[in-house]
Ligand binder design. Structure first.
Ligand code: ATP
Ligand code: MG
Length: 433
């Protein structure tokens, strides 16, 4: 965004004019080198927070204890942080004190990975004391300094390493990988919200499977909270029958997070009942947890029906029943999910052979079912009341569902006259029985 950059350069210029040092740092420098879109620009400066507040008209004291002031410039905001180092981490997470320092390189030294420890002066000159640029070009994640020490200071960095490796399709260097395997249990010291933020970036990013495989192989997943079932810890590559969920996870649009989460849960072999609990433990909202869990449960129930020897007509009926029980939103998401799954199965030549008869039938069946919802029924509740000369009541909802089920199963046509006739029959049957 050239406008943001322009505003950011103005902030740098104002600091420089007043005799301070100032640089773009962190994610924005990294993303620019990688040719990725830059979403926000952080600034590091030798100016103290009170100097920053004095120099700019519009500031917000975001994190004074960490030396951070937000500067509002035009339509953009910039986090301006005084050069600092952190010391004496407590419980593998919070630095108990931050100390302002004079030099940029000291500030870069506290940062997590070489690719995140590069500063830019706004005119294309980089300060890159740890070889971050080279690592970016080689696609490597490397800690600044000794990986074990850095993970010991702040265990969240292990999740961040997996996240960057996943989103950028980078590889961790060997020393980072061994430090992660050795230090994995310390992730338990980190607040779940912070872990979840990284997990979300992994799962909703372009290569979730890469990240999840790393979480499994490093052993981190085991510590990312119970009750992850034991089976979840078996590497994906060894689980044939879960491979379609895993493949679908990557194909499914990241704009449908609940579908991705439901696929993840199944890829990890988490049951419908466990799903809601796990999602809540992962600190998701109720709504998000319920939707993901409902999708898993819907899928479980449907699989049982699908695999049963039940005749076609009853299967259709069961499907509509499921849909009514779970509600329209769940059913719609489940159908979308199913499309992705079938797409995966039919377009991948290696899994093509494994595309079972049932799945082919299911695809065909989706097209064949003429009606899925009450809204599509050729009569409304009002029509039915009028035709029968009865007042509304609980009977009406039940009746409408029966009409829908019959129409979906092919017992009768979805036509006004036919439906009204059947309504009469059903009501009379109920009345006499
Ligand atoms: P994103 O694109 O997700 O914003 P980012 O690299 O900007 O990536 P932030 O969490 O915004 O990540 O952090 C900004 C910078 O602060 C990082 O680039 C890194 O230099 C530093 N940083 C963030 N978290 C840590 C940490 N846990 N330990 C050390 N340095 C960190
Ligand atoms: Mg950032």
């Amino acid at each position: 965004d050239p406008l943001m950059r322009h505003q950011g350069e103005k902030v740098l210029a104002r600091l420089l004019e007043n005799g301070y040092q100032a640089y773009f740092v962190g994610g924005c420098v990294r993303d620019e080198i990688m040719g990725r879109p830059v979403h926000d620009m952080d600034i590091a400066t030798s100016a103290k927070p009170e100097d920053v507040i004095r120099l700019f008209d519009h500031t917000i004291p975001t994190g004074l204890q960490h030396g951070t002031v937000t500067v509002v410039s035009g339509d953009h905001v910039f986090e301006v942080t005084t050069f600092r180092k952190e010391s004496e981490y407590e419980d593998h997470r919070h630095p108990s004190s931050v100390e302002f320092v004079e030099r940029l390189t000291e500030d870069l030294q506290r940062r997590d990975f070489t690719m995140n420890a590069i500063a830019g002066d706004g005119e294309g000159r980089l300060t890159d004391p740890f070889g971050g640029r080279e690592d970016i070009e080689a696609g490597l994640i490397r800690c600044v300094g000794d990986a074990s020490e850095r993970f010991d200071e702040d265990a969240l960095r292990m999740m961040r390493a997996v996240r960057f490796a996943s989103v950028f399709a980078f590889r961790p260097v060997k020393s980072l990988w061994s430090a992660m395997r050795a230090g994995r249990s310390k992730i338990a010291f980190i607040a779940m919200e912070r872990i979840r933020t990284e997990l979300e970036k992994i799962v909703l990013g372009p290569y979730p499977v890469r990240g999840l495989a790393m979480l499994q192989r490093s052993g981190l997943l085991k510590y990312v909270k119970a009750p992850v079932p034991q089976a979840a810890l078996i590497p994906f590559s060894k689980t044939e029958e879960r491979s379609s969920w895993i493949a679908a996870l990557e194909r499914c649009s990241p704009d449908r997070p609940e579908i991705r989460w439901s696929l993840l849960l199944q890829a990890l072999d988490v049951t419908g009942d466990e799903s809601a609990i796990l999602m809540k433990e992962w600190t998701f909202s109720n709504a998000a947890a319920q939707m993901a869990a409902a999708l898993v449960r819907f899928d479980e129930l449907w699989s049982t029906v699908k695999l049963s020897g039940m005749e076609e007509r009853l299967k259709r009926q069961s499907w509509i029943e499921l849909q009514l029980a779970f509600g329209k939103a769940v059913a719609a998401n489940w159908l979308l999910r199913q499309e992705t799954l079938l797409g995966v199965l039919s377009s991948d030549p290696t899994t093509h052979e494994r595309l079972s008869l049932l799945e082919q039938e299911e695809a065909k069946w989706h097209e064949e079912v003429v009606i899925h919802t009450l809204q599509e029924l050729a009569v409304t509740g009002g029509d039915v009341m009028q035709h029968l000369g009865k007042r509304g009541g609980p009977w009406l909802g039940e009746l409408m569902n029966r009409l829908l089920l019959g129409a979906a199963a092919g017992d009768w046509a979805n036509e006004r006259e036919t439906l009204l006739e059947h309504a009469k029959v059903v009501v009379n049957d109920n009345g006499t029985s």
